[in-house]
Design a protein around this ligand. Structure first.
Ligand SMILES: [Zn+2]
Length: 322
């Protein structure tokens, strides 16, 4: 078996690609995620994309993909492949037996995991944490997701929520309301939409999306700098807390916000160094090298684990840059 298929079901789009044993990707196929239309529509979209990818894999000599790995928004019971929880973007998604339904429809083994965890597994396999024994991987985009990886295996937890950082209490969030409905959680101050929203509050005459606010901060706009530094500082404090408890070898930052602003990056790292005790202070902080493809690649890795005994798969990258 020379390939698997990785699928990433995101809030707005679903992506799928054939993935080789070294993490190499075929062409990316994407389609809008029809989340609002319910689970049947979401799964139908996955089936169509997988059919496209299979067609391409056969044409381009990848061999028949031996398994399909799914990364999805929401909490996932990885063993059963049932969605354990999701936000209002995915009505009806909780309780959906994704693994059972797709295994039947696709006729190959299917693995299912949360997208933040898939992101972390992807980075540990073929990205910024390759060759490192353990990592905290944080994805900052429309939400704040996190996962802890040890030896390529992601930390699970009693409720499938280990490593999730978005709903940590955060002093920096003040009275801001979190998408979960509570007040003062990290996501309420640190996620991409929160950055845009706070900028609108600071400067109502100049509405701007998150990428523009990050650009304005780097250009020296005072309001943007204040908002972006607040978000980065809150995240840095939260990461310091997790690093203090878990003591990973490396921190990897990914998602749409990471890498988009030097002001943000500096705020995160300066806060982290200030908060950490001396033995932990020099922990490397790296930018994701897989970018938006990380969850798909991590999902593919979990599929490889099913078909190939993935412990034999090579890690890309080396320990030399630790
Ligand atoms: Zn929350």
């Amino acid at each position: 078996m020379s390939s698997v298929i990785g699928v990433d079901i995101g809030g707005t789009k679903t992506a799928a690609a054939v993935v080789g044993p070294d993490g190499r990707l075929g062409r990316l196929h994407t389609a809008p995620t029809r989340a609002a239309a319910g689970p049947d529509a979401v799964l139908d979209g996955v089936r169509r994309l997988v059919a496209d990818v299979r067609h391409e894999a056969a044409r381009d000599g990848w061999g028949a993909p031996g398994a399909v790995g799914i990364a999805t928004a929401g909490m996932v019971d990885t063993g059963s492949g049932v969605i354990a929880g999701a936000n209002e973007t995915f009505p009806g998604w909780p309780g959906t037996p994704v693994k059972a339904r797709l295994t039947q429809d696709l006729g190959v083994a299917v693995t299912v995991l949360n997208d933040a965890r898939a992101h972390a597994i992807g980075e540990a396999w073929a990205g910024a944490a390759a060759g490192v024994p353990s990592a905290l991987v944080v994805a900052i985009g429309t939400g704040v997701g996190g996962a802890v990886v040890f030896d390529g295996q992601v930390l699970g937890g009693a409720h499938h929520a280990a490593g999730e950082m978005g709903h940590m209490p955060s002093a920096g969030a003040g009275e801001l309301r979190c998408p979960c409905g509570r007040v003062g959680h990290l996501e309420a101050v640190a996620c991409g939409p929160a950055i845009a929203e706070q900028f609108r509050f600071q400067d109502p005459g100049r509405p701007a999306g998150t990428p523009e606010v990050l650009r304005l901060a780097d250009a020296g706009n005072e309001n943007a700098v204040a908002v972006v530094r607040r978000a980065g500082t809150a995240l840095g404090q939260a990461i310091a807390g997790v690093v203090t408890v878990v003591d990973p070898h490396v921190v990897v930052l990914g998602g749409g916000v990471a890498g988009a602003s030097a002001v943000w990056w500096d705020a995160v790292c300066e806060t982290l160094r200030t908060e950490l005790v001396a033995p932990l202070r020099d922990i490397p902080v790296r930018l994701s090298t897989l970018g938006g493809n990380a969850p798909l690649i991590g999902a593919a890795r979990s599929a490889w684990r099913v078909v190939a005994g993935a412990d034999d798969l090579p890690n890309r990258g080396s320990r030399e840059d630790q």
